[in-house]
Design a protein around this ligand. Structure first.
Ligand SMILES: [Zn+2]
Length: 495
């Protein structure tokens, strides 16, 4: 096994070697809980939930920490606007976030520390930085002195030429424009609840230092993987590295993983007949409205169908195409249940015994290719594509052995075993946890007829009968249906 991870710090794929053999510590920057979660908040958790599941499958003992930023400028301003307290707003938004995570089957988070509960640790590390000459108090504020850190800029690949000044500072003034706040003095108009006691007077921590303290508290001074959205590379993660490494003198996080951001294609929405509520939800990318309209598994599948470093396109059309992709799995599992009177979801296992050699080989190949994709910087899109390719093979086995019509018991048992293996493979990235409705929002019969046509077309193409394949595509186009061949399979769309 050789698992590789693209490390933002070195800008290349590296062999994954944890700090402590057999153990993996992961920290992912969580939400600032001041407004309802949007789809962007789901991307990191879904990806790292899949990554954790895969690492556990690979035999690692994984601890995953996601913080809750409940002390921050935006939260204070929004609470004031709503006429409530920061604590009440943070509690409400955190609940909304956790509900969404449950719907997305994000279950692997081990610790969710809150900034407000880690003030002592934050003050401790700031004192260490001041002692070592890396930070200085100015008025009631404390700043990190970027000019005293020769490594500053190594993550975001920037260079800084500021010089640390020796002159007397005015109260609250910074030595260099790039210096950032570790501690912010309380302002008179701010509510008492966000004023914490410190050696520098009442105030509150800066955002960056919160993450340094919470990650090291649970994972140690050097840990394996630090993740977050691409928009956090600078300044947030650069500053986390600077503070942490200057305080401890040790490497902070070994691998830095950054996920792509969500994009929203308004052009596609204009053509779509999706409900107005849904369009607005997508424009603001509000997660809970999306999750009211689509099953969590569809949104999870949407996120995992794109490699995590690429942007995730979010449009009703894209979600519909993912839903259709998932339907071919669901239809197959339903077929198994009808034929075998047992659900493939029950007792799913990678070790199900299959007597038919070809069928067993197809399942083994699928798992092998799934592992190759995941070992290559957690390529969930490639992993999903291998599962997608297995479905027609399993359907063909059922056709040929007449499993639906009550074939011999061994063919039936083989089909069920193969289906259980497929469910178990999906579960390695948190899919197929429980049976889903296949007809949600769609016309099931049309879907099924299209599935038949696409299978016929795939069959004739395999036999190099491209004329018939083109005829099917062109005739469908005549009635307004477009076929699109993608790596994960063919999808169809009504124009
Ligand atoms: Zn952070």
């Amino acid at each position: 096994m050789s698992l590789t991870i693209y490390n933002t710090l070195t800008r290349k794929k590296e062999l994954f070697e944890p700090v402590t053999p057999g153990k993996v510590g992961i920290y992912v920057c969580g939400p600032t809980v001041y407004k309802p979660s949007h789809i962007g908040h789901a991307v990191g958790p879904v990806i790292f939930d899949a990554i954790k599941r895969y690492l556990v499958y690979r035999g690692y003992d994984v601890k995953w920490v996601v913080n809750i930023t409940d002390v921050e400028d935006k939260l204070i301003a929004e609470a004031k606007k709503q006429g409530t307290t920061s604590a009440e707003l943070a509690k409400r938004v955190t609940e909304d976030y956790l509900q969404a995570m449950a719907k997305l089957n994000v279950t692997g988070i081990d610790e969710m520390p809150k900034a407000s509960e880690n003030i002592d640790g934050i003050i401790g590390i700031i004192e260490r930085l001041i002692e070592k000459g890396h930070a200085y108090a100015s008025g009631g504020d404390v700043y990190f002195d970027v000019a005293k850190d020769g490594d500053y800029g190594k993550l975001s690949n920037r260079s800084f030429d500021e010089q640390s000044g020796q002159r007397e500072l005015q109260s609250g003034e910074k030595r260099n424009s790039g210096d950032f706040a570790l501690w912010k003095a309380a302002k008179p108009e701010e509510p008492e609840e966000v004023k914490f006691d410190s050696p520098w007077g009442k105030g509150r921590p800066g955002w960056h230092i919160e993450c340094s303290v919470m990650s090291m508290r649970y994972l140690g001074e050097t840990f394996d993987i630090h993740g977050g959205g691409l928009d956090l590379v600078f300044p947030h993660h650069e500053n986390e590295i600077a503070q942490s490494e200057c305080a401890t003198g040790k490497l902070f996080a070994k691998y830095w993983m950054h996920n792509g951001l969500t994009t929203f294609n308004t052009k596609k929405v204009a053509k779509s007949d999706t409900s107005e509520e849904m369009q607005n939800a997508l424009k603001s990318l509000t997660l809970h409205v999306m999750l009211d309209n689509y099953p969590g598994e569809v949104v999870r599948y949407l996120i995992l169908s794109t490699h995590y470093r690429r942007p995730i396109e979010c449009s009703p059309e894209e979600i519909d195409s993912k839903r259709k992709g998932l339907s071919s799995f669901y239809r197959f599992f339903e077929r198994i249940e009808r034929a075998c009177e047992v659900s493939a979801y029950d007792d799913a296992s990678l070790n199900e015994k299959i007597t038919d050699n070809d069928l067993a080989a197809s399942c083994e190949e699928c798992l092998k290719r799934f592992e190759v994709a995941m070992d290559d910087d957690f390529n969930t899109a490639g992993a999903i594509a291998t599962m997608f390719e297995l479905v027609p093979k399993l359907n063909r086995f059922m056709d040929e052995r007449k499993v639906d019509a009550g074939a011999n018991e061994s063919a039936k048992a083989d089909a069920l075993a193969a289906a259980r293996r497929l469910v178990a493979i999906g579960r390695l990235i948190g899919l197929f946890v429980e049976p889903q409705e296949t007809t949600a929002g769609g016309d099931d019969l049309t879907d099924q007829v299209m599935q038949v046509l696409m299978e016929v077309r795939q069959h004739v193409r395999k036999n190099k009968d491209f004329a018939t394949a083109d005829l099917i595509r062109d005739r469908l186009k005549d009635v307004g249906i477009t076929l699109e061949d993608r790596p994960e399979g063919t999808i169809w769309r009504v124009e």
